[in-house]
Every structure is written in C-alpha cells, then in structure tokens.
Design a protein around this ligand. Structure first.
Ligand SMILES: [Zn+2]
Length: 469
C-alpha cells in the first residue's frame, strides 16, 4: 500500500491519468492524497472502498447486468471490463500493455499447446499472436482451430469458423464458463484498484515470466532444430506435418535423428509420447535402420542428407552383419561427420567475410526454398496426399528468411555447444583443402565450382571415417 509512485513505470502513471479523466469512470471516487497525487489504491473496508462498491452496483444496474441490488460473483469484474475504454491495461512495473480479456495461456494449456506444436510460447503471449506465429511456421489453420475448439469444448466447426470467432468463443468460455485454458492480462481487483484490475500485469506477476513479451517470442522448436542441421528433405512439409492432427497429444520424432544427418521430411516423422523424445534424440538402433529402409522402399524418399550419404550407404550395407556396431560405432561416425560438416560451414563463414554467407545460402539453402511454395496434406504415415500452391507473398518470404537466419545462426551455436563432446577431426590435408576452398569462395569463383569443391571435401572426410569402421 505504501508504494512510492516515483518507482511506478511512467507509462503506468500516464495510464492512470487517462483512466481517471475518462468519462466512463465519472463519479467513481478517488480522493487526492496529501501530496496532491490520486489514491489509486484503497482498501475495500475504507470509506472510499465502500463508495466505489456502491458506485459499481449502480453501474451494474445501468448496464443491465442486475435488476435489483443483489450482486453476483464476478459482477465487479464484468462492470469494470465493460466500461474500460481500451480493454488493454499498462503494467505498473514494466509498462507492458496487456489485454484485460482472457487472452493468455494458462500453465497447463500452455504445456499442451507447446507440446502439440513443438513451440516455446510463454504465458504472456497473446493467443492471437500465437495463432499468427503458428501459421508463419507452417501449421495449417484447421489444425490450430481444431486444437483450440477441442481445448475449450467449443461448439464450433474447425473448418468453417474464423480465427476471430474461435478466439472470442474460447475467451468467453474461460472468462465466464469455467474453462481454464486462458487467463487475463491482469486479474480483477475491485474496489482496491481504481480501474478494477491489479496494478501488476501477468508479465510481472510471477518472477519466471518476467521480461517476456511478443517481441522476444523465442522458439526452440522442432522446425528450428531441423534448420540447424542443414537437413535435406521437404522441410516445409515436415513442419506442417508436425503441426497436424496426427501428432495430437504427442510430439513428432524423427525416425532417423536429424542430428546424425538424416532428412527432415514428413515421411520420416512418427508420433512419440511426450517425454520419450529427448532421450532418443540422437540414438540409432537396428530397428530404426529397418524402419528407415522400409520407409525409403515405400516412398522413394532418400533418408539421408547429402553430407552424410556415403556413411549411410556403408551402414546400410553392413548393419545386418554387425548389429553390435550400430548404436555405438556407426552412430558416432554419423555424429562425427556432422561435426566436421558444421565445422566446414563455420570456417567458411569466418574466413569469407565477403562472400561466405551468401555463398552458403545460395549453394545449400536456396535449393530448398521451393518447398515453401506449397501447402501439403498427409496421411497418417506422413505421405503427401495433396499439394496446393500457396500465395507466395509476404508469408513465404518470412519463412525463407527465417530458415536462412536460423541455419546461419545455428552454425555458430553448434560450434559453441558441441565444442567439448564432438570436435571436428579434420586432418592437415583436409584443413588445407578447406582453406583453399575459402580462398576460392572469397575470390568470387563460380558457385557450382565451389559447391563441387565442398562436396569433394565432404566425401573425402566420409571415406576416411568409413575406413575406421
Ligand atoms: Zn509487467
């Protein structure tokens, strides 16, 4: 109660002033304190508190919420929300504006949402922003709609209802219908606070939420991981499939781990009960190899990214006669090869300040951009059953920009994260070849020439690794 207003966020001071002057609050008591400032905060037992309650009951009658003088639970909150001029409230601590409607995921709902879509949203991300962000990431609208409709047991059709309809219905179900998916940006607190809402918003309510906002929506999503390993495969279809109904309540798992060089492709994804995923992430078992080979026979889609192809071919020939080598030696060979490949990419970025980034993008990422031009439909096995051209406008560009950004960033991150457990093992000949490739890139030699030099180097490394198996 004895809070010093000087420490309040300037945006909140401004907000208080706007509210006090707003005609909606005419007649709602707010005494001036000795220092001339307004007493925003009072107690319910105080004289002002009682006067505020009387005012609010009159207002409820005026709005038609009650007919007599009998109040009902939640009435003050209804009144104060209804009269609020913007429905957005500024946080006293950080100045962030949040919706007064139930627009923010609750802890449990957030867990299932993030599990479902492989995302890392926070409890301070507005449901509308979450929807948009999921679309940006290639999740199809129907899947988001179905997820929210299911979560709120809403009587709506996922295929025909609009985003606005669904969010409004879910918001209402949570605010008035006892559903627990969403919560408000600020809890109601009348008559203690003049506007009827806690001075702290959701953003500053719990220490762990602090500082999160939609500007720093950070994602360690599955699609992000796929971009990190410069994986081949239909990467956009894979992202879309991971967000589809086939993965409801489970997370998507790569049959062949992308960290070992396998492709990011819907045909090589399977549902996996949450929790099991992390332990399996870069393991390889004989049973996995058999699933991979079965999938390739059935779909004709090659399971391995180009940079690990020779080692994979070797494993394919030899795993049956050496099952004991699969989870250890063969897996480690793929892991080592990926570490070497990432080291090659990092060296190019570092040693070719002029052309390095644009060369890598043109040589290895741009060929995948076409995947983003389509929307896909799937059967339960991740096989593509239909493909429709998308309007390749701002959204498609956003996605390829994001793909590029993540892939380049990941090269730097990879070297930091993996420094200790998996270093590159290039020998002096290979290092010399890499060095000359960098000169060639920086001197502006033709793209295909440089690309071929890198392929030759990668194959040399693979062959050396294979000889050790
Ligand atoms: Zn805040």
């Amino acid at each position: 109660m004895a809070q010093d207003k000087k420490q309040w966020h300037p945006k909140f001071l401004n907000y208080m002033e706007r509210i006090i002057k707003d005609p909606s609050y005419r007649g709602l008591p707010i005494p001036k304190k000795a220092d001339g400032s307004y007493a925003w905060i009072v107690t319910a037992q105080s004289k002002t508190g009682q006067q505020r309650i009387d005012w609010c009951i009159r207002k409820a009658r005026e709005l038609g919420l009650i007919t007599g003088y009998e109040t009902y639970p939640g009435m003050y909150a209804d009144v104060m929300l209804q009269i609020h001029p913007t429905k957005w409230k500024v946080c006293q601590i950080c100045g962030k504006e949040m919706s007064l409607y139930y627009h923010y995921p609750s802890a449990n709902f957030l867990k299932s949402l993030n599990r479902k879509f492989g995302t890392d949203f926070s409890g301070c991300d507005h449901i509308s922003d979450i929807w948009d962000e999921l679309i940006h990431r290639g999740v199809c609208e129907g899947d988001i709609a179905a997820f929210l409709i299911h979560a709120g047991s809403l009587n709506l059709n996922a295929r025909t209802s609009s985003k606005e309809e669904i969010i409004a219905a879910l918001e209402y179900a949570c605010r008035k219908g006892g559903r627990k998916c969403l919560g408000p940006g600020a809890m109601s607190n009348f008559p203690d606070r003049y506007d009827g809402f806690h001075t702290y918003n959701r953003c500053c309510r719990a220490a762990q939420d602090k500082g999160r906002s939609k500007e720093n929506l950070k994602s360690y999503t599955k699609d992000r991981r796929a971009y990190e390993y410069w994986s081949d495969g239909n990467i956009h279809a894979a992202n879309q499939f991971m967000g589809s109904r086939f993965f409801h309540g489970t997370s998507a798992d790569h049959i062949g781990p992308i960290s070992l060089g396998f492709v990011h492709d819907p045909r090589y994804l399977q549902p996996m009960p949450g929790g099991d995923n992390s332990s399996k992430r870069d393991r390889l078992q004989t049973a996995d190899i058999e699933r991979i080979l079965e999938t390739e026979r059935r779909t004709g889609v090659y399971p391995m990214s180009w940079q690990s192809k020779l080692i994979w071919e070797f494993i394919r020939e030899n795993y049956a006669s050496h099952p004991d080598k699969v989870p250890t030696l063969y897996r480690d060979a793929l892991k080592q090869n990926m570490a070497d490949y990432m080291f090659i990419l990092l060296t190019i970025l570092k040693k070719c300040p002029e052309n390095g980034t644009s060369f890598l993008v043109s040589a290895f990422l741009e060929p995948n951009y076409d995947y983003f031009r389509y929307s896909y439909q799937f059967n339960a096995k991740g096989e593509i059953t239909a493909r429709t051209a998308r309007h390749y406008t701002a959204r498609g560009q956003y996605e390829t920009e994001r793909y590029k950004r993540i892939a380049i960033e990941a090269v730097y991150d990879y070297s930091e994260k993996n420094n200790r457990n998996c270093r590159n093992d290039l020998n002096s000949t290979e290092l010399a070849a890499l060095s000359s490739i960098c000169s060639s890139i920086e001197s502006g030699a033709p793209l295909n020439e440089n690309k071929q030099l890198i392929k030759d180097l990668v194959e040399t490394i693979e062959e050396r690794i294979i000889r050790s198996l």
